[in-house]
Each structure stands twice: as structure tokens, then as C-alpha cells.
Design a protein around this ligand. Structure first.
Ligand code: ADP
Length: 481
């Protein structure tokens, strides 16, 4: 089975969040299920810099305003199709905006181009390559499915995966005339969205099947609180919607071999984590004492509940826990957390930035990771936490609810607890969960059993890749029927 995956990010080349991890890990897990994946990605400078020029597979004289080329390369075991369109992607900054975080004004054009080329490949543009399935990730890839639907590849089964419905790719109606779609597409069952053009909406409408990254989030997005205006459409398509929880790359994220760590360890040698804890204390200039270190590795945003954390910071310190914060995002939240660190030297440390290596050390050395998200489609950091004995303390929402077993009395009694959950999402219940965790931490054998239980949970891609493979097969047989 041949899958064409279309994505705006892919680990290890370009990553701003969990979508990149998924796009990078799923093809490798699917290969073990007999599914081969080619992945179409934009030719950002980091991607173009990862290979030397060769003969392009395809050339275009005009894709959204200028010429473009498609290269096929193999990087880190991934079979990539790189869309080299310098007028769209050769820019300094992130995948969606400049270094200051301001979004590129022509994102609609950039990701329309990705979709046009995706649909072209789906229709057989590459000689000898006919994908059985096209799998689009998030709004940036969603237009692939719209171009397929209104073009030559309408008969190719497709999957739209929603990694976060909060990001929708919504643009003014004026762009429609430049998309190259038939006039009929500008309708309520096409790409039209509240009077403008909606890329995610268009993908949800056109996809043969829709998935999101956890069963709980699949239910949540059917409600106004989580559907962000798309709940009506999501409900209409409920029969084609499933939730498949993300896995993680358990080879990259393996505490027994992870080269980023000061000391490697396994479920049998959890005590060796201490060396990593020392490393965290040094990096964040935290006091050394016998209490727990809680950590944050996150985008610093409202979605992630970082304002809630900031509002209870003093009480968290009073509970006896120390806090190590790594993240970047909203300038106001960055400032608030830095101010919290300045208020509590030795107790709270904050590093603003994106640091993959440090994120590994924190998972391997901190005692718990706090994730107070208001919504969380899946979440990956709790999965890394489980695997590294860094006990997750999470809001009971989306994928967090699906992957962490709350340490209530029954679960503790049965020895199956893997972390702490809290609801509703507010400062009081979050603080209550932190206090519970601090109290349990004092009972070391119980804490160690929660750690070990987490480290035993299967957070690999194996089961979920099987579910994607099964979904692909069911769509192919629907096509045949
Ligand atoms: P989201 O995709 O919504 O940001 P996820 O939990 O799904 O949240 O994925 C976030 C990913 O980004 C994880 O791999 C996490 O370790 C990583 N990450 C987030 N912030 C940072 C940071 N400041 N430094 C290093 N890694 C980070």
C-alpha cells in the first residue's frame, strides 16, 4: 500500500509542535505494517539545506506566482517529496511566520501551492507512482483534498487528520479567485467558510475519512466549546470521524540509550535519574533538596493553560515543589513566568526558547511534568513523561485524559496509576493535583510504583499505526465497492 502524506512540518527537519513528530514517526511505524509512505513537505531553507541539488522529479512553470520544482530525497529513513518554490518557502523564520512570530501574509498562497502539488501527485503526476491513499495533516495540507475533490484525483481515498482544530487557516473571500478552483467550490459544502475561505473546513468537507489524535478529542470537537465553529460540520461527518492516539518514537525517546541525558536508566534503574535531576538543578539554578521538581516543556500559550500556572505559581512554591520551565510563546506569558522565577530564586527557573536537548534532560531528571491545557488534541509531552519516569500531572481533556491513568484510590490500590488528572481546568483544581502529587512523592515506594507503571505503558506507535493501516484498508475497499 502506498500512502502520500502531506504535511507542513516533519521531524527531524522542521518542527514547531507535535504534528512534526507524528509526520516523522508514523511512516516508520507504518512500514512495519506493510504500508509505504512518501511525504510531501515544503522546501523551507532547513529542508533544502539537508540535501544536495539533483535532478528534479517534476518542474512547474507557475505554482502560485512563480516556478517550482519537486525533489525526491531520502532523509533519516523518510521518503520525502520536497516542494522547492523559493518565492513561497525560501524565507528566514519559522514555517508560518517571521522570526518575530508574525504570520506570513501569503500563507494562503503558500499552502494552496502545497495542496495543488499534493493533488497533482495524487492524480499521477509522478510517472510510476500512484498513491492508494492521500493523508493530509492540518489546515496547511488540507487544500490537497479540496484540489483532489475538484480535480482529477476525486477517486483517490483520502484522510484528513486534525492535530488542532484551533488553527483553521481562515482567509478572506478575495483569495478564492487565485486558488484555481472551479466557481462551484465557493459554496457551503466546498471551501466557503463564514463568508471567507476555510482551509481546514475544506479538508473536513472533502476527506473520505477524518481522524483526530485522540478518542476524547474526537468527541470534544463535536461540541461548541471545542469545535471552534466547525462543530456543525464535524457532527455532520461524525460517521467518518475517529480518534487515534499518537504514539512517540520510542527509539529516539528511550531513557536507556538517550544521548542527551547525563545518565541513562530504565524502569529497573529509576534511581539513576538523580544525575539528570542534578543537571536540571544546575541548568535552572534550582536549590538542591529532597523535594520534587515539576517541569513544563511547552508552548507558552492560553491553550496550554500557562496563564493558570502563572496565577498559582506562588502556591506551587509554597507546596514545597520546585519548578523548571522551558518554553516560548506569548510574550506576556513569557514575561509572567520569568517574573515568577525572579520572585522565587532557587525554587523556580525559567528558560525561554526551544531546546530539544534540554527537553530530554528535563523528562529524564524532573519528577513530574505539569500539563494544564484547556484543550489538548493528544499531547506528546505526557507520553515522553510516562516513558521517562517523569510523572504527568494533566488536565482531564483530550489525549491527556486518554493516556494518563489517574492516581485515585482505586488505581493506586490496584497499582495501575500512571499520573494525576484534574478537572475542571482552573487554578484550584490544578493546585489540588499538584499538592496531591507532592504528598504522594513523599511516599517514595508509591511514587516509584507510579513511575514504573508509566514506564511500562505502551506509548509506541505500534498500536496506533495498526489503526491507521486498518483505516486505509477500509477506505481502499470502500473505493473498490
Ligand atoms: P503542541 O503540538 O500543541 O505544541 P504537543 O505536546 O503535541 O503540543 O507537542 C509539543 C512538542 O514540542 C513536544 O515534542 C515537546 O517536547 C516539544 N516542545 C514544546 N516546547 C518546547 C521547547 N520549548 N523546547 C523543546 N521542545 C519543546
Amino acid at each position: 500500500m502506498q500512502v502520500l502524506s502531506v504535511t507542513p512540518e516533519i521531524f527531524p527537519l522542521v518542527k514547531s509542535g507535535g504534528l512534526a513528530d507524528v509526520a516523522g514517526a508514523l511512516p516508520i511505524a507504518l512500514a512495519k505494517q506493510g504500508v509505504s509512505t512518501r511525504t510531501l513537505v515544503p522546501g523551507y531553507p532547513v529542508v533544502m539545506g539537508a540535501f544536495s541539488r539533483m535532478k528534479p522529479l517534476l518542474t512547474y512553470s507557475d505554482i502560485q506566482g512563480s516556478e517550482a520544482r519537486l525533489f525526491a530525497i531520502d532523509i533519516s529513513g523518510l521518503d520525502l517529496l520536497v516542494l522547492d518554490a523559493p518565492h513561497l518557502f525560501d524565507r528566514i523564520g519559522g514555517p508560518y511566520g517571521d522570526a518575530s512570530g508574525a504570520e506570513w501574509a501569503d500563507n494562503w498562497r503558500r499552502f494552496a501551492a502545497l495542496g495543488q502539488v499534493g493533488a497533482d501527485i495524487a492524480a499521477g503526476a509522478i510517472p510510476g507512482y500512484a498513491p492508494d491513499i492521500v493523508h493530509a495533516h492540518d489546515w496547511q495540507a488540507a487544500m490537497t483534498l479540496a484540489y483532489m475533490r475538484y480535480g482529477k484525483a476525486a477517486g483517490v481515498p483520502s484522510v484528513m487528520t486534525v492535530h488542532n482544530l484551533a488553527f483553521q487557516g481562515r482567509f478572506p473571500a478575495a483569495i478564492f479567485s487565485e486558488l484555481g478552483l472551479p466557481a462551484s467550490a465557493m459554496s457551503i459544502d466546498g471551501v466557503e467558510y463564514y463568508g471567507g475561505v476555510g482551509y481546514m473546513k475544506a479538508g473536513l468537507q472533502a476527506a473520505w475519512a477524518i481522524t483526530t489524535v485522540s478518542p476524547t478529542y474526537a468527541q470534544e470537537i463535536r461540541t461548541p466549546a471545542f469545535g471552534m465553529g466547525l462543530e456543525g460540520l464535524v457532527n455532520l461527518r461524525a460517521a467518518d470521524l475517529t480518534g487515534i492516539v499518537n504514539g512517540i518514537d520510542v527509539d529516539i525517546w528511550d531513557p536507556a540509550t538517550d544521548r542527551h541525558l547525563a545518565a541513562n536508566f530504565s524502569a529497573k534503574t529509576v534511581k539513576l535519574r538523580t544525575a539528570n535531576k542534578r543537571a536540571v538543578e544546575e541548568r535552572f539554578q534550582l536549590d538542591q533538596d529532597g523535594g520534587p521538581i515539576l517541569c513544563v516543556v511547552s508552548r507558552l500559550t492560553w491553550q496550554k493553560g500557562m496563564d493558570v500556572l502563572s496565577s498559582i505559581l506562588d502556591e506551587v512554591v509554597a507546596s514545597g515543589a520546585r519548578l523548571a520551565i522551558l518554553g516560548s510563546g506569548d510574550v506576556a506569558l513569557e514575561a509572567a513566568l520569568l517574573a515568577g522565577a525572579a520572585r522565587h530564586p532557587g525554587r523556580v527557573g525559567a528558560i525561554i526558547g526551544f531546546d530539544e536537548t534540554l527537553s530530554h534532560i528535563m523528562q529524564g531528571g524532573c519528577d513530574a511534568i505539569v500539563i494544564p491545557s484547556r484543550f489538548e488534541p493528544c499531547g506528546l509531552t505526557q507520553l515522553y513523561g510516562l516513558r521517562y519516569g517523569c510523572v504527568p500531572i494533566v488536565a482531564r481533556t483530550g489525549g491527556l485524559a486518554d493516556t494518563v491513568i489517574e492516581a485515585n484510590e482505586a488505581a493506586l490500590g490496584a497499582g495501575v496509576a500512571t499520573g494525576f488528572q484534574f478537572a475542571p481546568e482552573n487554578g484550584n483544581s490544578f493546585l489540588h493535583a499538584i499538592r496531591r502529587a507532592v504528598a504522594v512523592y513523599a511516599d517514595r515506594p508509591v511514587w516509584a510504583s507510579i513511575q514504573r507503571q508509566g514506564m511500562k505503558s505502551d506509548v509506541s506507535w505500534a498500536r496506533s499505526a495498526g489503526k491507521y493501516a486498518q483505516l486505509y484498508r477500509s477506505l481502499i475497499s470502500r473505493k473498490a465497492a
